[in-house]
Every structure is written in C-alpha cells, then in structure tokens.
Design a protein around this ligand. Structure first.
Ligand code: GLN
Length: 285
C-alpha cells in the first residue's frame, strides 16, 4: 500500500487469478523506488493483487501476468471479471501490460485455440500464435535489444546498457499486425483455429483524450540469421527478420516473455513511467 497511510497517487493492480503475479508485484515495488530516485516529485504508488471487480475498479493501471491463458480466462469468467476487464482495457482505456499469457488475453485474435475454450479480453489489434516455440521443454532464454528502454522522452531507463535477458516459456509471438477496425476483427473470425475478442466501443469521454493509433512493434527476437557466425549462410537467411515479441497500441502493451522472472526491473521502470505520464494526462501515444 501507499506509504504513511496516505492516499495513493497511482494504484497499479496485478491480476491475481492465476500465474506469476507476486513476482510482478515485487518488481513493481523495486521499479517505483528507482523511478522515485530519478524524479524530484515523489509519488505515492500502491500495488495491489486484483481478484474482484471492486479491486479492479480501484486501479489506474493493470498487469496481466504469465501463466495459462485458457485457465486465466476461465477463472476470470467464473469470478465475473471478464467483462470488467474488457471495460478497463477497451472502454476506459487504462494502461494495461500483458506478459506471455497476458499478451494472449490482450490480443484481438489468437491462434491454436479451441473454439469455446478461450475468451479474449482484446485491446491490441494483433493475432498471436500461442505456444509458438513449442512445449515447456522448448523454453529458452535470449538476449534482447529493446530500443524503447533508451528512448523514453529523453530519460534513459537503461543505465546498464546491457541486453535484456528474456525468458520465453511456451511463449506466444505476434504473428500478424491487424488493421484497426471499430468492431470485432471479423476477418480473423474466419481463420481456422482462431478466436477473436468481442468489440467494445471506447468511452465517449475517454475518446476525447485517447488517440487509438496503429500497433507499434516494440521488440523483435532476431531470427536464426542474427545468431550465425557464418556470413555466407547469414546473408541467405537475412530475409528472416525475426519474431515480434513486444507491441504497444495506445494504452495496451504486451510482451511474449517474462520480465518478472529475471529480477531485472528495467521494463517495469519504463512502464511505470508510461503509466505516470498517462494518468497525469501528459502523453497518449
Ligand atoms: N502458452 C501459455 C498460454 O497459452 C502461455 C505461457 C506463459 O504465460 N508462460 O497461455
């Protein structure tokens, strides 16, 4: 909770229905300290595990953790959270970050999903391919170069200049950027094995300050070519540009990997700064 019993300036929730939520809360606390040490104005942050519609209603921003998206959507449905989550992300357009299973839930369209077995929240006009790299034993770590960490309004959140060590566990990738449409992604509904999120019109009042642009690619996992030493083969494979593993569209941010499992707070620091600016009305990308 906010320190000293004061009312929080910004309340950030972590959806705690299933998956790696407590790790996110820990890293958020660490990130808030780092952010406060950089800014002259201290803020009172509150971090909250969210399980009920009332808890969600008290949040200014939300993280949806990794775990199992099918289970998470089922539990959300049973605990009457699915519709409030859709309102939070798509009608009220509050800042929301999904990691791994969270990214799947925030996609407007998801592949490799049993019809009726998976409900999506939506918010990001993308199609994700679930379990893109295979099963649990095919999990891996990779060094990522994430340019957004170095470009945050002149603030450098990446003082280490080290690549970000990312953990991929049965991770999805963004396999297609979709056109932004006012209603549901109807074209996607016709794709075999794909489910789509129901549409939700943005709140009229919110629409005055939030511009819903197209999806921005924020991170790429280099293709095999980047890892090769042999230049001749490398050239042949250079067309393979890599997989999209981080995206943003207006208030919604999604990553395929699990920054909360590495103990590296850099992305949490960056995202909290985005949340701060968003809630203070300074930027709406
Ligand atoms: N493959 C999982 C799913 O479909 C996501 C895995 C994860 O969050 N680590 O939900």
């Amino acid at each position: 909770m906010a320190s000293g019993g004061q009312k929080a300036d910004v309340t950030v929730g972590v959806l705690a229905l299933q998956g790696a939520f407590s790790e996110h809360v820990q890293l958020l606390r660490q990130a808030a300290q780092i952010l406060d040490s950089k800014d002259a104005v201290k803020r009172h942050w509150a971090f909250l595990e969210v399980r009920t519609p009332a808890e969600l209603a008290s949040c200014d921003a939300l993280i949806i953790p990794g775990g199992e998206s099918t289970t998470m959507s089922l539990v959300a449905q049973r605990s009457q959270m699915l519709e409030p989550l859709r309102d939070f992300v798509k009608v009220l357009r509050k800042p929301t970050w999904g990691t791994c299973a969270g990214l799947i839930l925030l996609a407007e369209s998801a592949n490799r999903t049993k019809q009726g077995g998976q409900e999506l929240i939506g918010g990001l006009d993308v199609r994700v391919n679930r379990n893109h790299f295979g099963r649990q034993i095919e999990s891996f770590q990779a060094n990522l170069d994430l340019p957004f960490l170095k470009q945050a309004d002149g603030k450098d959140f990446d003082t280490t200049q080290q690549p970000f060590r990312a953990i991929f566990i049965r991770a999805p990738i963004v396999e297609k950027l979709l056109p932004r449409v006012a209603g549901p992604q109807e074209g996607e509904a016709k794709v075999e094995g794909t489910v789509v999120a129901p549409s939700r019109p943005i709140d009229e009042q919110v629409a005055k300050s939030v511009k819903l642009g197209d999806v921005e690619v924020m991170g790429i996992l280099p293709g095999r070519s980047a890892a090769l030493k042999d230049d001749a083969t490398k050239e042949k494979l250079d067309a393979e540009a890599g997989d999209i593993i981080a995206v943003r569209q207006a208030n919604v941010f999604g990553t395929s990997f699990h920054p909360e499992l590495t103990g590296d707070p850099r992305i949490h620091v960056w995202w909290l700064e985005q949340v701060r600016q968003w809630t203070e009305g300074a930027v709406h990308p």
